[in-house]
Design a protein around this ligand. Structure first.
Ligand code: NIG
Ligand code: FE
Length: 454
């Protein structure tokens, strides 16, 4: 990863003799301790503030061998560390210099891997073409499929590294990455494998999702029973191959009027679940299509977009949350903006109904060509009317939950991965307040400094 404005420290602090890391000098530490956030708790972030970041009462974060050990006032934490057999001499100290400390951000919805770009569609939409018109004419997703099928593994790896590098610069330490630009077994396997390998390479963890049901490919479209034939081939051919490969953790479907029906989506996701892939879906992005209802009925980890859920779909998600089995509503506000829609996902309705809300970028070449999760946070505040605290929960613990990772990351709690961001801003409320700014000072992944901008 070269050439960028960032100083990426290869291997982090591995060369150092200290297994411990102590982050000091923060004016604010947001722990997000206490599990998934919903209802009024969506905006409770667990904030520790200090008038003097260098004083004994200022919160510090202690990490040991890549895990969080403790968070709390410096004087009492230092005393407790010594008493419990963690000698202070074995901690490297990292000064937050009056900035804010949060859990590493988690982007729960990206289409990381593709080839080519689609800037021409922006102009087509300005002239009145709709997203689904462009797709029906063989453009949109299908043009990216053509470019991606022609791309080598090496090209996809290079593309992935370039954008992961940018995500890291925005404070992101874990992402989900969908396939879906292959639409045949060979290319879908390549996309899932590249996502998996990028995650192994680090420093960002990459959770691969199989999205073979993203669109109906050209070779099936010419057939009179094309959609149904493709659904059968997904279930009988592509899915077993993806499951045998063993790398994809989730299965996703573009459940949308004119793409895959709720019934087809259900068959694909149930077949996938039987083979060990956890269900999630693109639900009600452009029109109410039964996606929210389906997500609640099958216990999906997440229903994504939800820009136009039906009242019954919203109620089904509220009932699932009430019953203690919530489907996370992963909202993607940059997409509605980039598609020039005048509606927004009803975030406030979901929060009031007790549905946990997460926010993602939806990074992809058609509807959301941005890798900046902080930018999506700004859009969530402005477009979805979420408070900065609600948004922070949405990109940390709730995003972790959307990826079934809530026991591993998403909060600064003892035992969890030491995935941490030090921001240049003195408060976390300023993160969405400065849209498009570079606000990250330092990123720590599993206890190692992986990005540092002194
Ligand atoms: O989340 N709607 C389906 N998938 C993506 C867009 C993919 C594309 O246009 O390339 C989305 O908006
Ligand atoms: Fe998407």
């Amino acid at each position: 990863m070269s050439g960028g404005p960032f100083r990426v420290i290869e291997g982090g602090r591995t060369g150092e003799p200290t297994p411990g890391l102590l982050i000091i000098g923060a004016s604010e530490v947001v722990t997000m301790a206490g599990g998934v956030r919903r209802g009024t708790a969506q905006g409770e972030v667990g904030r520790l503030t200090a008038s003097d970041p260098a004083g004994p009462d200022a919160a510090v974060v202690a990490c040991w061998e890549g895990r969080i050990l403790a968070v709390g006032p410096r004087a009492s934490i230092e005393g407790a560390l010594e008493a419990e057999g963690y000698p202070l001499a074995r901690f490297a100290r990292l000064d937050a210099a009056g900035g804010t400390v949060t859990p590493g951000l988690i982007d729960p919805h990206t289409h990381l891997l593709f080839a080519g770009s689609r800037e021409g569609e922006l102009v087509l939409r300005q002239r009145g073409a709709s997203y689904l018109d462009i797709l029906a004419a063989g453009g949109g997703i299908l043009s990216t499929v053509a470019a991606t099928r022609a791309a080598s593994e090496a090209e996809l790896l290079a593309h992935g590294r370039r954008w992961l590098d940018e995500m890291l610069g925005h404070g992101v330490t874990t992402i989900e990455a969908k396939s879906g630009y292959g639409l045949d077994l060979e290319t879908e396997l390549r996309l899932v494998e590249v996502a998996y390998r990028l995650g192994r390479e680090g420093p960002i963890d990459v959770i691969p999702t199989w999205l073979g049901a993203h669109a109906v490919p050209e070779e099936f479209r010419s057939r009179p029973d094309g959609v149904e034939a493709y659904v059968r081939s997904l279930i009988e051919d592509q899915l077993p191959g993806i499951a045998a490969h063993g790398r994809a953790r989730f299965a996703d479907v573009f459940c949308e009027e004119g793409v895959f029906t709720a019934d087809q989506s259900r068959r694909i996701l149930e077949a996938a679940h039987t083979l060990g892939l956890l269900p999630r879906l693109h639900a009600d992005e452009l029109a109410p299509s039964g996606g929210a209802e389906l997500a609640a009925a099958i216990g999906a980890a997440s229903a994504d977009h939800l820009a136009t859920p039906s009242p019954a779909g919203g109620a089904a998600m509220a009932a699932a949350a009430e019953a203690g089995d919530p489907v996370v509503a992963t909202l993607l506000p940059v997409t509605t903006w980039f598609l020039m829609k005048d509606h927004h996902a009803p975030a406030r309705t979901f929060i009031e109904a007790g549905v946990p809300v997460a926010i993602g970028t939806d990074f992809n070449p058609g509807t959301s060509p941005t890798a900046s999760l902080p930018l999506a946070m700004s859009f969530a505040c402005v477009g979805l009317r979420m408070s900065p605290d609600e948004v922070l929960a949405a990109v940390t613990i709730n995003a972790a939950r959307a990826l079934a990772l809530e026991d591993e990351c998403g909060s600064l709690e003892a035992g969890k991965a030491a995935d941490i961001v030090i921001w240049r801003t003195p408060t976390s409320a300023q993160i969405p307040y400065w849209p498009g700014a570079d606000l990250v000072r330092t990123v720590i992944k599993r206890g190692r400094v992986v990005l540092d901008r002194p």
